[in-house]
Design a protein around this ligand. Structure first.
Ligand code: 2AM
Length: 210
């Protein structure tokens, strides 16, 4: 009978077994590294979230799709995908080196994308500080050897997925969002949809008045 003992370390499975004559041997199996699906985002506070929800409720209902719950509203800045702990640490370091400025975002456009079948709320004009933040984050990630999703930066809050009744989403509200920070988020896929966990946050400096 094998009187072995399994020992777990992050990324390594070790199996200790008793050999004849009392010797111990360790068989080390390299396990799959632990990975997490991560992205950087702008995350609205509760007040902005609530306004987005209220002002877009009709559009979301009319679309016949699966609404994104308000607690999941965000604008993606850079999507990293599934990465291991070392890459996640490098991404955090890259983010910590960014000294971005806060900005006011006006969400004032509703749109529908056919291929992912989503209705979104976006901004017809993104202030230079917002563009600089997205660009410098991408630069910093590339400098650290990371390769975020290369899609161009089209800032949007996805409101509803799997839209079954696409059509004119109607007039857009105008929602003011004072952006004061950006965050690192972990996405966990659940049977009922995505769960997002905020892992880290970096403040942006105050913007000039006016
Ligand atoms: P979406 O809202 O337009 O679907 C988490 O998946 C977030 O990252 C979502 O906001 C998603 O955008 C965005 N994202 C960007 N690139 C992605 C990719 N290649 N795969 C999955 N999500 C991506």
């Amino acid at each position: 009978m094998d009187s072995g003992l399994a020992v777990r370390h992050p990324g390594i499975d070790m199996y200790l077994c008793a050999q004849p004559f009392g010797a111990l041997c360790a068989r080390i199996f390299q396990a799959d590294p632990v990975t997490e699906r991560l992205f950087f985002a702008l995350w609205p506070d509760a007040a902005v979230r609530q306004v987005i929800y209220k002002e877009t409720r009709q559009t979301v209902r009319a679309s016949g799709g699966k609404p994104v719950p308000p607690e999941n509203f965000h604008i993606t800045l850079a999507f990293l995908g599934s990465v291991d702990t070392a890459v996640a640490d490098a991404a955090r370091e890259a983010a910590a080196g960014i000294h971005g400025q806060g900005f006011h975002l006006s969400l004032d456009r509703l749109g529908f994308w056919h291929e992912p079948r989503v209705v979104w709320l976006g901004a017809s004009d993104v202030p230079p500080a917002g563009r600089r933040l997205a660009a410098s984050l991408l630069d910093a990630l590339h400098t650290c050897g990371l390769t975020p999703d290369p899609k161009p930066f089209l800032p949007h809050v996805t409101l509803v997925r799997k839209v079954s009744r696409p059509g004119d989403p109607g007039p857009a509200p105008v929602i003011h969002w004072p952006v004061e920070a950006f965050v690192l988020v972990r996405s966990i896929t659940r049977a009922q949809g995505s769960e997002y966990r905020l892992l880290d946050s970096w403040r942006l400096t105050a913007w000039a008045a006016g």
